[in-house]
Design a protein. Structure first.
Length: 417
């Protein structure tokens, strides 16, 4: 296909979508230049419409833990599509996937499937407010929990990339319901509880921050959140949209040994198809309609094709796969460190990695924001020219999949000049 044809796709998109994209980070505003138009993926590779192959370290921002077009998932999706639906009633696929999730995350006694992580986080907060009779929520600077109004306060991910302070269109009265603490700083959390006694319904946190780049929780941070919320009568909500079933078979709550009251899921439980879920203790989830007074509904929730993709993905994620993921991600981390990239450091938790252009990995969003984003942009384009696609922002994670074998990891490292 000609260069003119490639440009035409972008021009056509620019005439149809705000900024030419359907999600802001895709516009490459943080790194400059034009994004490639990708048309196919297989394993750890993607191809653009001109036929050029790239190593994919984006992985659809997390869900493709098995790589592109995994045969088992493709077959499951095909079978579910051929069976028809959605049907507007409960189907076996929903039950099987929910049972799989509960077997790996025992904190989830009841679950509700939705269609996005945003919807799941929004709904979990509604449950928390209903359960506690309180209005305020604590989140962390740089944490991204979707684009629900009350959570677009000091947000990470695309909001950080575009330097948007919150978002236009969010009412001040709604924003005031959200209090902001500093990640890895228990004192900042305790101070909020002290200044708002009996008013905080929940603390929502990414147990591994992954929307400011990868920032690991320091020792005692997550356990400290559990203690503070338990003492104050507030709920602890883990947003495991990214970490769920990626950093461990039972997510970050298994990895760090902390049991939340509610969990928000997405990404991997749909194998790359649109999905979200929220769940937790039965007493809390039974507040959701039709069992209780918290209304939440979705016409396409539990779509049989999505459920089939999620079930196939989770069944394929055996203990051997997690061993492989850890080995290959560690290989990539060690190789990057050995390159001694000027002014850069590397952070990793499981198969989540970020190269930060600062002298050491950050502990919170303020430190992450001190990274040299111009240097990251140059690095990004040098890797793209060498055939490796990275997430187009300093404040995003790289995603290693089971398809990133030793050959792929070594080729990624060779691309680092």
């Amino acid at each position: 296909m000609t260069v003119a044809a490639r440009i035409d796709w972008r021009e056509r998109a620019a005439n149809l979508f705000p900024g030419g994209v359907n999600s802001p980070v895709r516009a490459y505003r943080a790194v400059g230049g034009q994004p490639p138009v990708l048309v196919r993926g297989d394993g750890a590779y993607v191809w653009d419409e001109a036929g050029r192959r790239y190593i994919d370290c984006v992985g659809a921002f997390g869900p493709l833990l098995l790589g592109h077009a995994h045969p088992g998932m493709v077959e499951a999706v095909k079978g579910a599509a051929e069976a028809g639906g959605p049907f507007g009633v409960t189907g076996p696929g929903e039950v099987r996937l929910a049972e799989l999730i509960r077997s790996r995350m025992p904190s989830i006694e009841r679950i509700r499937f939705v269609n996005s992580g945003t919807e799941a986080a929004m709904s979990a907060l509604r449950v928390a407010r209903a359960a506690t009779g309180r209005d305020l929520v604590v989140k962390f600077e740089g944490g991204y929990h979707g684009h629900a109004d009350s959570l677009l306060v000091e947000a990470g991910s695309g909001a950080a990339t575009l330097s948007i302070p919150g978002s236009a269109g969010v009412a001040a009265s709604v924003a005031r319901q959200t209090l902001v603490a500093s990640y890895n700083d228990l004192d900042s959390v305790a101070a909020l509880f002290a200044s708002h006694p009996g008013q905080i319904a929940a603390v929502i946190v990414e147990p591994v921050a992954a929307n400011m780049g990868v920032v690991a929780p320091i020792d005692g941070f997550l356990h400290g959140l559990r203690d503070i919320t338990a003492r104050s009568g507030a709920l602890l909500i883990f947003d495991e949209v990214i970490t769920g079933f990626r950093v461990a078979p039972g997510g970050a709550q298994e990895l760090f040994g902390v049991v939340p009251d509610l969990t928000v899921l997405g990404k991997i439980i749909g194998g790359g198809l649109p999905v979200g879920a929220y769940g937790g203790r039965a007493a809390l989830m039974d507040l959701v309609a039709p069992s209780g007074p918290v209304y939440q509904a979705g016409t396409l929730s539990g779509h049989p094709v999505v459920m089939a993709a999620g079930e196939a993905t989770l069944r394929a994620l055996t203990s051997d796969v997690y061993v492989l993921l850890e080995q290959q991600a560690a290989r990539l981390e060690a190789g990057i460190a050995a390159k001694r990239i000027e002014g850069a450091s590397v952070a990793r938790v499981g198969s989540l990695i970020t190269v930060f252009f600062r002298d050491r990995p950050p502990r919170d969003f303020r430190e992450a924001k001190s990274s040299n984003t111009e240097a990251f942009g140059r690095f990004f384009h040098s890797m793209l020219a060498a055939g490796v696609i990275l997430p187009p922002s300093q404040f995003e994670a790289w995603f290693v999949s089971a398809a990133h074998d030793a050959v792929v990891i070594d080729a990624t490292l060779e691309a680092i000049s």
